[in-house]
Design a binder for this molecule. Structure first.
Ligand SMILES: NC(=O)c1ccc[n+]([C@@H]2O[C@H](COP(=O)([O-])OP(=O)(O)OC[C@H]3O[C@@H](n4cnc5c(N)ncnc54)[C@H](OP(=O)(O)O)[C@@H]3O)[C@@H](O)[C@H]2O)c1
Length: 410
């Protein structure tokens, strides 16, 4: 099946995984990757920075002809696409996979602009493609955070959104409304909503390129007294399983459901099991002190409010935003996705030790290597320069123009 996917978020953590999964799974897949960059070269450099967690440069170059950067920005009208790129999307795309978002739980403005305004613009492209009968599927990466305030629950997909519940933060609130917008604006379109839980690490390797939750995890693992209830479950899921599910289900002709929790579900492990798995790595057994939780939370919240910027306030801020999702003892049933894939995610206890050791050694940074100077073999075509306004446009070089023109007329 020939499939050209207009995809957002390829330069991000999950998006990078998904691009690799899509392209390696199906040789007939092409990706039009919405990318924030001034020109095609910079776009490829940014894509390479994301994809090198998975590929060496030779492999990236081999797949590059199937990745066409489309320069744009979720904040810009019509995504900031040039007329030529609008035409490219409207004539080539057969499906849309919207992954990009702001995960900034503290910024209502970032979530408003990226998640609400940005998603509305993506949905307008989806609507236009559907109106021309060209859209096979619209897939949307959402989050379990749409479930709002919960405690001690196993949440089923169809019970995830409850408009009478409060949300923990602007992120959860805006992601919830994004799902609603997609349903309202694309009632007649085949849609899939993916709701990952806490996506952390990769069960196949110790390396990662996203560190917020990893940093919070390492912080808790290092505490002499952990202020959590030992038998609370933490719904943590490996990125490679999440990505496999998104790629497989997006490409599938008829997925059985329209919403999938990409989570550990009822198999999610407790804090106690995770800490037992970490005992060898950190050289001691964890001690739990749940009665410290209120004091701990108050301290993290105070640090998050502090005007000072240092390592302590940064960690406090991180812990403060994630604490509701760590201490809610709520998991998200994943039996739909497990049935579709035929296998479950890998328990966190099986890979948390190497992830902890590697991340600390790497000082919570994924060191990228720059893309070599040789031009990329961009047979599939590319894009015009960006994107946010006419004034921002970088001068178009000859190579960019030739690639773009090739794409539009191909
Ligand atoms: N990571 C998790 O644990 C988790 C859990 C549940 C759900 N999710 C969902 O998974 C999706 C991806 O998350 P992630 O963890 O991969 O996040 P991420 O690493 O922060 O990536 C975010 C992506 O969105 C893009 N983006 C942000 N603002 C943009 C804008 N104005 N215009 C164009 N692109 C923009 C980023 O592009 P730039 O590189 O240009 O910034 C990047 O490619 C999100 O929808 C998120 O809600 C993630």
């Amino acid at each position: 099946m020939s499939e050209t996917i207009f995809l957002t978020g390829a330069t991000g953590f999950i998006g990078g995984y998904v691009v690799v999964d899509l392209l390696t799974r199906d040789p007939d897949v092409q990706v039009l990757a919405l990318t924030r960059a001034k020109n095609t070269r910079e776009a490829y450099e940014r894509l390479w920075a994301s994809l090198q967690l998975h590929w060496d440069e030779a492999t990236f170059r081999r797949f590059a002809p199937r990745i066409t950067p489309v320069l744009g920005d979720l904040h810009a009208p019509d995504l900031g696409l040039s007329k030529a790129d609008q035409k490219l999307v409207m004539t080539k795309a057969t499906s849309i996979l919207h992954i990009a978002a702001s995960l900034n739980r503290k910024s209502a403005k970032a979530c408003l602009n990226t998640n609400l305004r940005g998603t509305l613009s993506v949905l307008k492209y989806a609507r236009a493609l559907a109106d021309e009968d060209r859209l096979r599927r619209y897939s949307h990466v959402s989050t379990v955070a749409v479930a709002g305030h919960r405690s001690n629950e196993v949440v089923q997909e169809d019970d995830g959104i409850d408009w009478n519940r409060s949300d923990y933060d602007p992120y959860g609130r805006t992601k919830k409304f994004c799902e609603h917008m997609a349903r309202e604006l694309l009632p007649d379109v085949e849609k899939t909503f993916f709701r990952p839980s806490i996506v952390m690490g990769d069960s196949r390797m110790e390396k990662t390129s996203q560190f917020d939750m990893v940093r919070a995890f390492c912080f808790f693992a290092d505490l002499p007294l952990i202020p959590l209830r030992p038998d609370d479950r933490l719904d943590i899921v490996n990125a490679n399983w999440v990505s496999e599910a998104i790629a497989v289900l997006h490409l599938k002709d008829k997925p059985r459901h329209d919403i999938y929790h990409l989570s550990s579900g009822t198999a999610a492990e407790t804090c106690r099991i995770t800490s037992q798995a970490m005992a060898e790595t950190i050289g001691r057994k964890a001690r739990f002190a749940p009665w410290l939780f209120p004091t701990f939370k108050a301290s993290a919240d105070a640090l998050a409010r502090s005007s000072q910027k240092n390592v302590v306030t940064a960690v406090g801020s991180l812990v403060s935003v994630f604490l509701p999702y760590i201490a809610w003892n709520t998991v998200f049933d994943n039996s739909r996705a497990v049935a579709e894939l035929g296998h479950a995610p890998v328990p966190f206890s099986q890979y948390c030790g190497p992830l902890y050791t590697w991340s600390k050694k790497a000082d919570f940074k994924f060191a990228t290597v720059p893309l070599g100077p040789a031009p990329l073999d961009n047979a599939a075509g590319a894009t015009t320069p960006a994107a946010t306004s006419g004034a921002d446009r970088a001068p178009r070089d000859g190579a960019d123009r030739a690639l773009r023109d090739g794409a539009v007329t191909a």
